[in-house]
Design a protein around this ligand. Structure first.
Ligand code: NAD
Length: 300
């Protein structure tokens, strides 16, 4: 049985680790929040007291953490201690599924390479529903051989596995996707609100646009208007899903990438400003589809 150390058991990591258990992997888990470790332990995972304890003797390490600084601290170390790269067996395959800046991913890949270890940046798309259903899209950066080694374990958690290019490429492709997602969500909220203001039923309008040229993923899978679609955060008071703070982070990563290459990004910059404003009004921990409340406050 292949043993996987899974570090970071939040909205995404917990269901991903659960799918590894269902597919017969041995799973050793660690998160800073003990309750999430206990939940996975109840499903058959081995609870561990630290990331290093979890990763010791694991054939594969997978991390699903919020930001680049968390991933760098895990693999490269920080003032609190050494990172995994110098502490565990060099045969271990390292896979970071967090969405982080490409420079951090490249720094981790270089440190791993210097020790003869394989590292893959493999951010995901598909949201919490995809994490639960094991239908995620993995967007990998790294060497051909490292990505080939990662495929079997990624297939237990997802459906599509892309190799975008060398180290860091997975992160670049992912932030391009999320920049577009932020723009599409803002535009969709705006269009639905315009229709409601002008007397339309948002469910009817959604069906019309889905079958027309404005159709997009947010309308198909993630309608932001409460009550239109069952099982999405909008119909659960915007709880769970993909936090506004994480969308702000990803639009910031896209901005960083655009600045470094002097790329024009006017729509992404506008979307970033909308989500930052929304977060500053106290919505940072809600799902990103709650941007709809900027157009139609909850009391209306
Ligand atoms: P989350 O905040 O729900 O989970 C992150 C987890 O990491 C938390 O449980 C936290 O306690 C843990 N953690 C933080 N630092 C740690 C450390 N040093 N050691 C161990 N555990 C630590 O976030 P999430 O929604 O699961 O997202 C994780 C990553 O996936 C982010 O980079 C996000 O941008 C990306 N992502 C999220 C979604 C989504 O729909 N939620 C979709 C695609 C990608």
């Amino acid at each position: 049985m292949t043993t996987v150390a899974f570090i970071g058991l939040g909205n995404m990591g917990a269901p991903m680790a659960a799918n590894l258990l269902k597919n017969g992997f041995g799973v050793r888990v660690f998160d800073l929040v003990p309750a999430t470790v206990s939940t996975l332990a109840a499903q058959g995972a081995e609870p561990c007291s630290s990331a290093i304890v979890a990763a010791q003797d694991a054939a594969i390490v997978i991390s699903m953490l919020p930001e680049g600084r968390h991933a760098k601290a895990l693999y490269l170390g920080d003032e609190k201690g050494a990172g995994l790269i110098t502490q565990i067996h060099r045969d271990s395959l390292l896979i970071d599924c967090s969405t982080i800046d490409a420079d951090s991913a490249r720094a981790i890949a270089a440190a791993a390479d210097a020790r003869g270890m394989a590292f893959v940046d493999a951010p995901v798309s598909g949201g919490t529903a995809g994490a639960i259903a094991a239908t995620l899209t993995f967007i990998c950066g790294g060497s051909e051989s490292a990505v080939a080694r990662a495929k079997p374990v990624l297939q237990a958690m997802g459906r599509n596995i892309f190799h975008a290019g060398p180290a860091g490429s997975g992160q670049i492709a992912k932030i391009c996707n999320n920049m577009l997602l932020g723009v599409l969500m803002a535009g969709t909220c705006e269009a639905l609100s315009l229709g409601i203001d002008n007397g339309l039923d948002p469910a009817v309008l959604s069906d019309i646009i889905k079958a027309s040229s404005g159709g997009n993923w947010t309308l198909e899978k993630y309608n932001p208007c409460p009550g239109v679609m069952a099982g999405v955060p909008a119909s659960n008071d915007y709880k769970g899903g993909f936090m506004v703070d994480l969308m702000v982070k990803d639009l910031g990563l896209a901005t960083q990438a655009a600045l470094s290459t002097r790329s024009a990004m006017p729509m992404g910059a506008l979307a970033r400003n909308l989500f930052v404003h929304h977060a500053k009004q106290g919505h940072g921990h809600e799902d990103f589809s709650s941007l709809f409340c900027q157009y139609r406050p909850k009391s209306n």
